[in-house]
Design a protein around this ligand. Structure first.
Ligand code: C2E
Ligand code: CA
Ligand code: CA
Ligand code: CA
Length: 277
């Protein structure tokens, strides 16, 4: 009987220590990864539903571990978010994204890049300064940079978040709400924050059809966003049916496997040549 697991037994000190050691080890390895080129960005195109042209890309982080192979962001980002390492990761991602924008410009390609921002990044006192300094370093127009923020991020300190985001928005950086419809009190923040894009969460988009429950939700989200003067991105577009419906709804931008998967820069470049001519 003593060995039967109680609900609270999951929080026993031993397990907690194991967990912490695991996390500490991963964070140490991630630190090494940052310093030794194991991280990269993959790029997934965003398509304008009116013109069918490529407007920009979302940058998604990839970690190629020398022994363990590829580790998906869902495995390491949440753990990095428990430490200040996430600030370095985000700065690295923005730095790399801006370098990529410059490289595309030298090839005559004008694309915006969206980088994912973690809740914790907005609490760093120098977040806006860091981003603005990186724009300065690369001499890139803020209008080519987009920051995707999840709703949870706004909850922590709204006044401060508004102040930081306003500085970024004043530099023409596009701010978007990621995973829209899945967070807390989504609607409360739409008016308070200087955001201009909502990304409807893929859970509503994946199985979109005329008879699916999501149909009215997505349609309403598009109308609401437009009434607020915002643009809408649908992510997780996996089927032709979803793509066509979104186009009917007047949704602005589509992103998903139906169009293309996230790709390393080289592969993206050949995809772009084949698909934007
Ligand atoms: P997210 O920001 O919501 O990114 C979209 C995720 O959906 C990506 O997974 C993308 O590969 C995947 N996806 C895109 N189109 C489709 C589709 O049609 N069907 C399906 N089933 N999936 C699709 P990924 O790359 O594994 O990233 C997962 C999450 O990790 C991201 O979700 C984001 O929250 C986080 N993440 C990734 N890169 C970064 C980063 O550089 N910084 C931060 N803070 N978070 C990141
Ligand atoms: Ca995102
Ligand atoms: Ca998302
Ligand atoms: Ca997400």
């Amino acid at each position: 009987a003593a060995e039967r697991a109680q609900p609270w037994a999951r929080f026993s000190p031993e397990l907690d220590i194991t967990h912490n050691q695991d996390t500490l080890e991963l964070l140490a390895e991630l630190n090494t990864a940052l310093a030794s080129n194991q991280l990269s960005l993959h790029y997934q195109p965003k398509i304008c539903l009116l013109s069918n042209s490529v407007l920009g890309v979302e940058a998604l982080m990839r970690w190629q571990h020398p022994e363990r192979g590829p580790i998906p962001p869902g495995k390491f980002i949440p753990r990095a978010e428990h430490s200040t390492l996430i600030d370095q990761l985000t700065a690295w991602a923005i730095d790399s994204a801006l370098a990529q924008i410059t490289q595309w410009q030298s090839m005559g390609i004008q694309l915006s890049v969206a980088v994912n921002i973690s809740t914790r990044n907005l609490l760093a006192p120098d977040f806006a300064d860091t981003v603005l300094a990186l724009l300065e370093k690369h001499q890139v127009d803020g209008a080519l940079l987009e920051l995707e923020i999840t709703e949870g991020a706004f909850m922590l300190d709204l006044d401060r978040t508004v102040r930081e985001l306003t500085r970024l928005s004043n530099a023409n950086i596009t701010l978007s709400i990621d995973d829209f419809g899945t967070g807390y009190s989504s609607l409360q923040y739409l008016d308070a924050l200087p955001v201009s894009v909502i990304k409807v969460d893929q859970s509503f988009v994946k199985s979109l059809s005329k008879t699916s429950g999501s149909y009215h939700i997505v349609k309403a989200a598009v109308d609401m966003a437009h009434n607020l003067g915002m643009q809408v991105v649908a992510e997780g577009v996996e089927t032709k049916t979803a793509y066509a419906l979104l186009s009917d709804f007047g949704c602005d931008i589509a992103q998903g496997y139906f169009i293309a998967r996230p790709m390393p820069a080289d592969q993206f470049n050949s995809w772009y040549q084949d698909n934007n001519g």
